[in-house]
Design a binder for this molecule. Structure first.
Ligand code: ING
Length: 311
């Protein structure tokens, strides 16, 4: 029985501070309608899909910060999305800022099956940026201020007829992210991202380099773990702050099979045969046969660099 999933990447253009969650959900519903028309089985939306990328703003008042977070999911604003997707028998993933009942703040994404049921949750592990206002930067990136590191690890779930996993934005820069899911047999990784077009500390690193790095790490992660990876942007200029688009669907050979052309709301689509992951998992990346864990100790015992002694 074929295990082909038609995946839609629901790239979103800019969402400004003043935009309501209801207006954003209407855009997500429009992308869902496009996905239904193209007979998609699953739609991937970006990181922090419901709001502007608020970590660019320095805030000191807890109430102002918490206004960007969701206390329940589905929330009133997102319930129409859950209901329409379940009606259309389409699975979803999207990212949002999560405020837990006991007061913890996470950059979160969820996996929703064809019945509209949340089957998986992931909380962003690798938080980039800084926690205090940095006057040296061209703009702020305060994820370490507003979020705690994820406490759920990198789980995978048996759903949609395969083994699916999630990560979020900066996680895609770290090979450990993909490998921990690869060691659980992941066949499809879905992720969203909000990536500034320019390096706030190195002006000459602009969108071309950022897009190069984006493609490089997603293609590498897919190939080195023989898995599909769907990476979906929120892009364009939010209140004047540009972010790259460049949403892509990458096959288990590391090839880009679909890529966004615009920096706006745009659906990209590809048929992802989950059985295409098998050859790589059984040959070049048959982890059981080829990995030598006795030499990998530093990867989990050491956080930073320990330089060799001076000779
Ligand atoms: N954004 C960026 C990302 O990892 C970043 C932050 C950009 C870090 C470029 C390092 C280099 O794509 C988020 N939200 O993680």
């Amino acid at each position: 029985m074929s295990r082909v999933l038609r995946i839609g990447g629901g790239q979103m253009g800019p969402t400004h501070k003043a935009d309501s969650r209801q207006a954003v959900v209407r855009r997500m519903l429009d992308l869902l309608d496009q996905a239904k028309a193209q007979k998609c089985d699953f739609v991937v939306y970006p990181e922090l899909a419901l709001t502007t990328f608020f970590p660019r703003w320095y805030m000191t008042e807890p109430a102002e910060v918490d206004a960007w977070f969701e206390r329940e999911m589905p929330s009133a604003a997102t319930r129409p999305l859950f209901e329409q997707a379940a009606h259309d028998r389409i699975g979803l993933s999207f990212g949002y800022a999560e405020l837990t009942a006991d007061g913890h703040h996470f950059n979160t994404s969820i996996l929703i099956d064809r019945d509209g049921k949340i089957v998986g949750k992931y909380r962003k592990v690798h938080l980039p940026g800084h926690s205090e206002f940095d006057p040296e930067r061209a703009f702020q990136h305060l994820e370490k201020r507003y979020f705690e590191p994820g406490d759920l690890g990198f789980p995978v779930w048996r759903t949609m007829g395969g083994i699916l996993g999630m990560c979020i934005c900066n996680d895609r820069r770290w090979p450990e992210t993909y490998r921990v899911m690869g060691l659980q047999g992941v066949e499809l990784i879905v992720l969203g991202y909000n990536t500034p077009s320019v390096n706030s500390q190195k002006a000459e690193e602009g969108p071309e380099k950022r897009l190069f790095h984006h493609r490089l790490m997603v293609q590498a992660g897919a190939y080195q773990n023989s898995t599909w990876v769907v990476a979906v942007a929120k892009g364009g200029a939010e209140d004047g702050f540009p972010m790259i688009a460049g949403s892509i669907i990458v096959n288990p050979d590391g090839e880009i099979v679909a890529e966004a052309k615009t920096e706006h709301d745009e659906l990209i689509v590809a048929d992802c045969d989950l059985d295409a992951t098998i050859f790589g998992k059984e040959t070049i990346f048959d982890f059981k046969r080829h990995r030598r864990v006795e030499h990998y100790g530093r990867i989990t015992s050491q956080t930073g660099v320990i330089l060799p002694p001076q000779s």
